[in-house]
Design a protein around this ligand. Structure first.
Ligand code: NAI
Length: 212
């Protein structure tokens, strides 16, 4: 199973399955058929079966899916059964919003450090984590087993910061800066552009307008 290449489309759907299964689990539901999951998620039952078949199925004929088991298996596939220590670089509006979002912790993403170049922010606590001068970053990453760096800084500083993070052996970068980072293939980069989502929304509105 480890050697099988899973399409990005399937990987992209797993977090949504994980969220729905988490809600079912929290409501005390122990099992669910692919039909019921399909109705709930508005995805075809065959899509669900095909997606889960990539990982060996999980379902049993006539029983459906064991919610907790499936939830835990998807967590393993997504690597959520490990805790991930992360740092946030850039303690402005976006960095502070992310640092203050408690649900990341529920998923095992622990904000260990926050860094900024602005001395006025140094010492300010975001849910108990003080903002530190950017100069501390290398030592902190190395000493605190940090996997992930979140970049919430303008694009001008992002490339240089990524170089520093590469030197510290960071494993992954969650990049909100509007610039492509040139890092070794061994470092996972997930670029997030909220405006892309907004543009899709705008496309949806114009499509609707044009069809009327
Ligand atoms: P902001 O101006 O409130 O915060 C930026 C913070 O980064 C400031 O505190 C600043 O002192 C700090 N900073 C600047 N250069 C730095 C460096 N080299 N190292 C460490 N800290 C540094 O801006 P906001 O609203 O928080 O946005 C941050 C960045 O994220 C902006 O460049 C913006 O374009 C981008 N952004 C991206 C979004 C996306 O969906 N990808 C959505 C919103 C913002």
């Amino acid at each position: 199973m480890e050697d099988k290449i899973i399409s990005q489309a399937v990987i992209g759907r797993l977090p949504r399955y994980y969220r729905y299964l988490g809600d079912l689990k929290d409501s005390g539901i122990e099992r669910i058929s692919s039909q019921d999951l399909s109705k709930l998620m508005k995805v075809t039952a065959s899509q669900i079966r095909q997606d889960f078949n990539n990982f060996g199925g999980f379902g049993q004929q006539g029983y459906g899916y064991n919610v907790e088991y499936l939830y835990n298996e998807i967590a393993k596939i997504l690597g959520l059964h490990y805790k991930h220590n992360l740092i946030i670089v850039g303690a402005g509006n976006l960095g502070q919003a992310l640092a203050n979002y408690v649900n990341f912790e529920r998923r095992g993403f622990i904000v260990k450090g926050v860094f900024d170049i602005n001395p006025e922010l140094h010492g300010k606590e975001l849910r108990g984590v003080p903002v530190q001068p950017i100069e501390n970053i290398e030592e902190f990453v190395k000493a605190n087993d940090i996997d992930i760096a979140v970049l919430t800084i303008p694009k001008d500083g992002a490339v240089k910061t990524a170089e520093v993070l590469v030197r510290c052996n960071i494993r992954a970068i969650w990049n909100f800066a509007h610039v492509d980072l040139n890092v070794p293939d061994s470092i996972v980069v997930e670029n997030v552009h909220l405006s892309d989502s907004l543009m899709k929304l705008s496309y949806g509105i114009s499509k609707f307008d044009n069809s009327n």
